[in-house]
Design a binder for this molecule. Structure first.
Ligand SMILES: NC(=O)c1ccc[n+]([C@@H]2O[C@H](COP(=O)([O-])OP(=O)(O)OC[C@H]3O[C@@H](n4cnc5c(N)ncnc54)[C@H](O)[C@@H]3O)[C@@H](O)[C@H]2O)c1
Length: 302
């Protein structure tokens, strides 16, 4: 079966491409950045296009010829930079999503799986977070991810296409950025540990996050492309269903900690994952503690 992954040279996208290739799917990839050779799978077909540019849609539609399902991961994918550049994020994220949805309709794609984010929830006192809670994004990025969900729902209502949105909670795992502007907390901690620096913690470190393994996110995507129980614009949490404080994560590294200025961020995230379990028959498999401990052992062996 032929599928398309947008953002397929990114962290989660490259893991998804590898798994789809392993499962014998014919995989097309669209990404506007093909520069990281480590993220290219020789058995997939890569196309370099900016999806936010409507002038590229004819070429994109050609790639979509006889594609069954599209996994839409392409986005500027970080919370804090979207606060500095809300317009750049808006033009990229919102236009990419409506453009690829339109191209999918024109090319008779059956199913569209959208990568949304727990940042749609913002701050909430009620835990665990359920899909029917009122969204309250605390960043332009979160607002854009929410609008993408609305677009997916609208397209399923108006056009002949099945859509489903997956709200990922703090994804970590193989291929994550280590260091640099785009890394997330676990990647930053690895970078700091490896360069002998203290681990920097924003605020007091009591903020809690539901950390989700990238392999589990990949499996959720594949199940969402196949399940007969979804396709009408549903929104499903994809999290581990438990959480840790940033201090607890830092303690796994056994390195000195340094507390730095806080940023505007939710106090806690914790996914209610009943819907994904029921509708996708999906189950998370990996705990963040054991994954980090194993990575530290592997680094020490090198
Ligand atoms: N990593 C997480 O913890 C997390 C959490 C929630 C949601 N998500 C969502 O999952 C998806 C993948 O995230 P990631 O962590 O792999 O990010 P990433 O930055 O590693 O990958 C995103 C990819 O999209 C590509 N891209 C961006 N804009 C594009 C455009 N206009 N046209 C074509 N390609 C474009 C980038 O070049 C990159 O390869 C994103 O949609 C993100 O919002 C990620």
């Amino acid at each position: 079966m032929k599928v398309l992954v947008t953002g397929g040279t990114g962290f989660i996208g490259s893991n998804l491409v590898n798994k789809l290739v392993e499962l014998d799917y014919q995989v097309e990839v669209i990404d506007n950045n093909l520069s990281d050779a480590g993220k290219i799978n020789k058995k997939a077909n890569y196309h370099q296009y900016d999806l936010s540019d409507v002038n590229n849609l004819n070429q994109v539609s050609r790639i979509l010829n006889s594609v069954d399902s599209v996994f839409h991961l392409a986005a500027k994918a970080r919370v804090q930079p979207s606060i500095d550049d809300p317009v750049g994020y808006e033009l990229n994220n919102t236009l990419s999503t409506v453009n690829i949805l339109k191209a999918c309709v024109d090319s008779d794609v059956r199913r569209f799986v959208y990568s949304s984010s727990s940042s749609v929830y913002g701050d909430n006192d009620n835990m665990p977070l359920k899909e029917n809670f009122k969204p309250n994004p605390l960043s332009p990025y979160g607002a854009q991810k929410y609008y993408g969900e609305i677009l997916c729902n609208t397209f399923a209502e108006v056009y002949d296409i099945e859509t489903v949105s997956l709200r990922y909670f703090n994804v970590y795992g193989e291929g994550q950025n280590i260091g640099g502007a785009y890394s997330l907390v676990i990647g930053i901690f690895f970078d700091q540990m490896l360069s002998g620096k203290p681990l920097t913690i924003r605020g007091d470190g009591t903020q809690k996050r539901d950390f989700t393994y990238v392999g589990d996110v990949v499996n959720a995507n594949i199940l969402a492309s196949e399940s007969h129980m979804v396709g009408s614009g549903e929104v499903l949490n994809i999290g581990n269903g438990d959480n840790r404080t940033i201090n607890q994560i830092a303690d796994l590294f056994d390195v000195k900690k340094e507390y730095i200025e806080p940023v505007l961020e939710p106090k806690e995230t914790l996914a209610d994952i009943k819907l994904a379990k029921d509708l996708l028959n999906w189950e998370p498999t990996t705990s963040v503690d054991s994954w980090i401990k194993q990575q530290i052992i592997d680094y020490e062996k090198k």
